[in-house]
Design a protein around this ligand. Structure first.
Ligand SMILES: *[C@@H]1O[C@H](CO)[C@@H](O)[C@H](O)[C@H]1NC(C)=O
Ligand SMILES: *[C@@H]1O[C@H](CO)[C@@H](O)[C@H](O)[C@H]1NC(C)=O
Ligand SMILES: *[C@@H]1O[C@H](CO)[C@@H](O)[C@H](O)[C@H]1NC(C)=O
Ligand SMILES: *[C@@H]1O[C@H](CO)[C@@H](O)[C@H](O)[C@H]1NC(C)=O
Ligand SMILES: *[C@@H]1O[C@H](CO)[C@@H](O)[C@H](O)[C@H]1NC(C)=O
Length: 414
């Protein structure tokens, strides 16, 4: 009898404690073991599994760095928060393992997630140099994205973080996700180079496809803060700061500083489908996009970067349209202002180049692309208030002669 009442009391006390923690929104702290060879992700995923479904906070604030050797899975999160106040270091030498994971952070089917650093010290380093510098003959795209937001995720906020050296996309946003907010993001890439232009197409700050209602505000992305001295191409620009692919709508990109990239903030239809990707891109057009206050500093080299415009991939269906897309307030420090080729990616009319394996030249994509180019409709595309050492595009720039509809405007260029 005595035993029973003690048990009852303990049970009562425990359930009161649990419910008060729940109402205060529990915090689960994941410890870091402090050894690069010991994966801290099982502890992080256990903290997510415990606090994520009840809307709690998962705190990563160890004095030690966290060793990331497997995928962080936020799928069970419901209105939860991941607070990163420490450094996370990814070990990325096993490409095949990581390729099968698809991403380092998986955010799939999540409604309500905040990832942020309150102290501003949160850092995620993908350590992708082995991937950037892999032998030319193995230049396949077998690597993960850093954060993949997909499968109809909604209400995801990511702020005040520093991200380094992601193998492919820093943020890949797709799968009908909506309500995504990014603020105060620093992105740095070191030691990538664009010999034969591979890395030019691999490293993206943000790649959007099949997403709506996205705000990307106050981002500083520097690709190539130190150049790779082993290659003669070290001054060439690398990567893309942000791109909009098929199915993207209702997007604002504001206050973006993009340095040393091959492309700034651009529409790139067809490109998302060319990398390690699930689910498939099902959307068709890019619409209702506003890019405001972009500063672009492409490299000065024989092959310089370009701030805005569209660079579509060579794909078999070239029926995607651009509607109501505005670039407003673009400062070009170095490099070009606009780019507009539709049939870009691996092969051109002149033949194959770069990552030739991505498309088969025997299929004659270039011919198909050129022939079907006229099907794409461009309406309400505006390039407004561009500043720099620029040449205003000639009338008709960016429109193909065969195009059924093309309405591209330039206002206030200096
Ligand atoms: C997306 O959600 C569906 C249904 O919930 C699930 O079967 C599928 O595995 C998820 N896909 C990804 C990439 O998470
Ligand atoms: C996105 O929506 C489209 C159209 O409703 C659908 O066909 C597609 O399967 C959806 N994709 C995902 C990943 O849910
Ligand atoms: C433009 O963006 C830069 C970089 O984020 C910022 O410092 C500046 O204040 C912004 N300018 C305006 C007018 O918002
Ligand atoms: C154009 O897109 C912006 C968002 O970028 C939106 O606010 C505006 O309503 C759109 N205009 C039209 C006519 O759809
Ligand atoms: C402006 O651009 C032209 C042509 O690209 C170049 O020759 C010239 O040196 C540039 N001037 C400055 C001040 O950068």
């Amino acid at each position: 009898m005595k035993n029973f009442s003690i048990h009852l009391w303990l049970w009562f006390a425990a359930s009161v404690a649990a419910s008060s923690i729940r109402s205060r929104r529990a915090t689960c702290t994941a410890a870091a073991q402090g050894w690069e060879t010991l994966d801290d992700v099982p502890a992080i995923n256990a903290a997510i599994a415990e606090c994520g479904p009840t809307g709690g906070t998962i705190l990563l604030d160890s004095q030690n760095s966290y060793s990331i050797r497997s995928r962080i899975d936020l799928t069970s999160c419901k209105q939860c928060e991941l607070q990163i106040e420490s450094q996370l270091h990814v070990t990325l030498n096993d490409f095949d393992f990581w390729w099968a994971q698809g991403s380092i952070f998986r955010i799939a089917g999540v409604d309500g997630l905040t990832i942020r650093s309150l102290t501003g010290k949160g850092l995620i380093d993908g350590h992708a140099q082995p991937f950037y510098n892999r032998p030319v003959k193995t230049r396949t795209l077998n690597a993960p994205h850093m954060m993949h937001i997909t499968n109809s995720s909604s209400n995801v906020r990511i702020s005040d973080l520093t991200l380094k050296n992601a193998p492919l996309r820093f943020f890949r946003l797709d799968g009908n996700s909506t309500g995504l907010r990014f603020n105060g993001i620093n992105i740095d890439v070191h030691g990538a180079y664009s010999a034969l232009s591979h890395a030019g197409r691999e490293i993206f700050g943000f790649e959007l496809a099949d997403v709506s209602d996205v705000v990307i505000d106050t981002v500083n992305m520097n690709v190539g803060t130190d150049s790779n001295l082993e290659t003669p191409h070290s001054t060439w620009p690398v990567g893309v700061c942000a791109s909009f692919d098929r199915g993207t709508s209702n997007v604002l990109v504001a206050n973006f500083v993009c340095t040393h990239a091959w492309r700034g903030v651009v529409s790139m239809q067809g490109n998302a489908a060319t990398v390690n990707t699930f689910p498939q891109v099902t959307g068709k057009d890019v619409r209702d996009v506003y890019v405001r206050n972009l500063t672009f500093d492409g490299a000065t080299a024989a092959y310089s970067g370009v701030a805005a415009g569209y660079t579509s991939s060579l794909e078999k269906r070239l029926d995607g349209s651009l509607h109501n897309v505005t670039w407003d307030g673009v400062t070009v420090v170095e490099g070009g202002a606009l780019d507009g080729p539709r049939c870009n990616q691996g092969c051109t009319e002149a033949g194959c180049w770069g990552l030739c394996g991505c498309c088969s030249c025997t299929e004659n994509y270039a011919e198909y692309c050129t022939a079907s180019d006229g099907k794409s409709l461009y309406s309400g595309v505006t390039f407004k208030d561009f500043k720099g050492n620029l040449t205003t595009p000639a009338n008709g720039w960016g429109c193909r002669g065969t195009q059924t509809g093309c309405d591209i405007r330039y206002e206030g260029w200096m």
